[in-house]
Design a binder for this molecule. Structure first.
Ligand code: 13P
Length: 247
């Protein structure tokens, strides 16, 4: 069986005062460690402080984005090497908010995934269709295109996690039905095993989009759902830990 990963994406939330909430997550982490790996991706400003606190605990820290290059004249950007140096063990790339807010396309997302590996950390590659694409019946075509274009050829079960996040489910309180999630994760699994063979069969496929304590157990029980990428509910220790207990 694939060990689940419950990952929290704090997005653009969190100040130094949030360290108390993170402490509460660390305190509860040991209790859920038997069930799942835990990862929290705070804003880059908090990464080093969180990583220092998490040392030796059953919770890892990650980042939300990176620049594809390792250094250079790129004002305001952060290299994967810097994030790894600050203590990140994983980097989310290709989140729909990056794709939409910053016009990131599949080719750039692939470069970012490779830059995460260059820095020695796991890439969490996000894919997902919009409401309009879904209504037009294009979901599987969109996902196939994103998987084809965003996943590097050297992807393995150890260096890559896929996160399926339907854009219309993010921050809306809406979720696909368990049946829909099963169909789509099954489609993603078929893609991964056909392209990456045995590794594709072992890669984690996370579901993300309005995951909460109240729906986590049902979603996590779906075939080929190997964890969650949690936004809003990952900001509260009680909610985040309850989601992890549900898998
Ligand atoms: P919400 O859990 O707030 O819907 O966000 C999901 C997400 O985008 C995680 O990356």
């Amino acid at each position: 069986a694939i060990r689940p990963l419950i990952a929290g994406n704090w997005k653009m939330n969190g100040l130094k005062g949030s360290i108390a909430e993170f402490d509460a997550m660390l305190n509860g982490a040991a209790e859920v460690a038997a069930k799942a790996d835990l990862l929290v991706c705070p804003p880059a400003t908090l990464l080093a402080a969180f990583a220092t606190k998490a040392a030796g605990k059953k919770l890892s820290v990650g980042a939300q984005d990176c620049h594809p290059k390792s250094s250079g004249a790129h004002t305001g950007d952060i290299a994967a090497e810097m994030l790894a140096d600050a203590g990140a063990t994983a980097i989310i790339v290709g989140h729909s908010e990056r794709r939409a807010d910053h016009g990131e396309g599949d080719a750039l997302v692939m470069q970012k995934a490779e830059s995460a590996w260059r820095a020695g950390v796991t890439a969490i590659v996000c894919i997902g269709e919009t409401q309009g694409q879904r209504d037009a019946g294009k979901t599987l075509d969109i996902l196939r295109g994103q998987l084809d274009g965003s996943l590097p050829d050297a992807s393995t079960a150890a260096n890559l996690v896929v996160a399926y996040e339907p854009v219309w489910a993010i921050g809306t309180g809406l979720t696909p039905t368990a049946k829909d999630v099963e169909q789509i994760h099954g489609f993603i699994r078929e893609f991964l095993t056909s392209r990456f063979k045995a590794d594709g069969a072992r890669m984690r496929i996370l579901y993300g989009g309005s995951v909460k304590p109240s729906n986590a157990a049902e979603l996590m029980a779906v075939k080929n759902v190997n964890g969650a990428l949690v936004g809003g509910a990952s900001l509260k220790a009680a909610d985040f830990l309850a989601i992890a207990k549900g898998c």
